[in-house]
Design a protein around this ligand. Structure first.
Ligand code: NAD
Ligand code: DAU
Length: 342
């Protein structure tokens, strides 16, 4: 597969940047184009190591603007083109404060992207989705690909709408869309508004750790490298029209995660603050990933016991990366590198 050109949307975010690093390492002959609007969550510092690569190009633009998508697809060139769509508003708490940006990017953005990709004859299109579209579980049970969608937050509702648009493009137009739905990721380059990096950042600075409600909500954690390898597997081997769940079979209540972080950092539990619960807070997510294992042969390689301490070490070793996010100076990176304001 030496001549594939891949458009990665949202490549300056957490999972997108990890995915670009994976491609640069393992698919050095592929042409890589990253289309990113550089929202608050986009950080080109995540990709500084890729800038010297001749097969990597950054395009500053919005997935919701057809001219920007067209420019990015032009950059990929005329050979076989695959698209992997990460770009999104991704934080549940922000969607509770203000839902419209989620509808603009996660719904309208998907449709604009689909129309441009269909017009250009894109050969494979992978929509990176979330298990949150399935809603919330009680103490038992797992989400399968057949679980009915029942999103509970504006974020998950907008992601469900995006999935449905991809499904409709496949059924109506024969567009080669694939959908994945993954559980909570952790690892390097995650914006410190999400549970694990926020708790690492606060504990490192001896600040309070805000735990919503009673801390007993459960998430199914997956190391971001495992997620990226699963996405590459689906991009290369998945069947268009299909949905693949991705998860690590690794459930923990939030309070356990917070205590593990404090233990590794040798910080006191007195930093924990139980605060007002998130409105509509989903109780439990847990993924049945047997379909991708059975049909495509993917399995997670990293254990939580090993990858969580390594993740904590990464944030400690990359304190400048974290400081630049906290000060806001990461937003000047585009100007410094490309000579114009993002
Ligand atoms: P993120 O918030 O870290 O990054 C999102 C990226 O998209 C940023 O670089 C941002 O600048 C870019 N972006 C936002 N709006 C855009 C627009 N209109 N046009 C172009 N670029 C835009 O998100 P993440 O955590 O890396 O998540 C990536 C994808 O994976 C999302 O679709 C998310 O729903 C999904 N997902 C995330 C998780 C998780 O645990 N983080 C789990 C399952 C699925
Ligand atoms: O399940 C996949 C989803 O996981 C992705 O689709 C989302 O993009 C991603 O943000 C994540 O959603 P969550 O809402 O599960 O992640 P978050 O890190 O915001 O919260 C994880 C849990 O921790 C959740 O139960 C809320 C709780 N929490 C979170 C924060 C930020 C706290 O207790 N305190 C906090 O300060």
């Amino acid at each position: 597969m030496s001549s594939v050109g891949v458009l990665v949307t949202g490549g300056a975010g957490f999972i997108g940047s990890n995915f670009l690093h994976l491609l640069a390492e393992t698919r050095p002959h592929w042409k890589l184009v990253n289309l990113d609007v550089l929202s608050y969550a986009g950080n080109l510092e995540n990709l500084s190591a890729l800038e010297k690569e001749t097969n990597y190009t950054f395009v500053h633009g919005d997935v919701g603007k057809s001219e920007d998508v067209g420019r990015a697809l032009d950059e990929v060139g005329s050979g076989p083109t695959w698209v992997i769509h990460f770009a999104a508003e991704s934080h549940v708490d922000r969607s509770i404060q203000s839902a419209l940006p989620f509808v603009e990017t996660n719904v309208m953005g998907v449709q604009v992207l689909l129309e441009e990709c269909r017009a250009r004859g894109v050969e494979r299109f992978l929509n990176v989705g979330t298990d949150e579209v399935y809603g919330s579980l009680g103490e038992t049970g797992l989400f399968t690909e057949e679980t009915p969608l029942a999103p509970n937050s504006p974020y998950s509702a907008s992601k469900a709408a995006g999935d449905f648009l991809v499904r409709a493009a496949f059924h109506t137009h024969g567009f080669p869309g694939l959908i994945t739905r993954c559980s909570n990721n952790y690892g390097p380059y995650q914006f410190p508004e999400k549970l694990i990096p926020l708790m690492i950042a606060n504990a490192s600075g001896d600040k309070e750790l805000p735990v919503y409600g009673d801390g007993k909500n459960v998430r199914d954690w997956l190391y971001v490298r495992d997620h990226c390898e699963a996405l590459l597997t689906v991009l290369e081997k998945g069947t268009p029209g299909e949905v693949y769940n991705i998860g690590g079979n690794n459930e923990y209540p939030n309070i356990r995660i917070v205590r593990m972080i404090l233990e590794v950092l040798e910080k006191p539990e007195s930093l924990i603050r139980f605060v007002t619960d998130r409105p509509g807070h989903d109780q439990r997510y847990a993924i049945d990933a047997s379909k991708i294992r059975r049909e495509l042969g993917w399995e997670p390689r990293f254990t939580f016991e090993k990858a969580l301490p390594e993740t904590i070490a990464w944030y400690r070793e990359n304190s400048e990366w974290l400081e630049n996010l906290q000060s806001g100076s990461y937003r000047d990176y585009y100007e410094r590198q490309y000579g114009a304001r993002a």
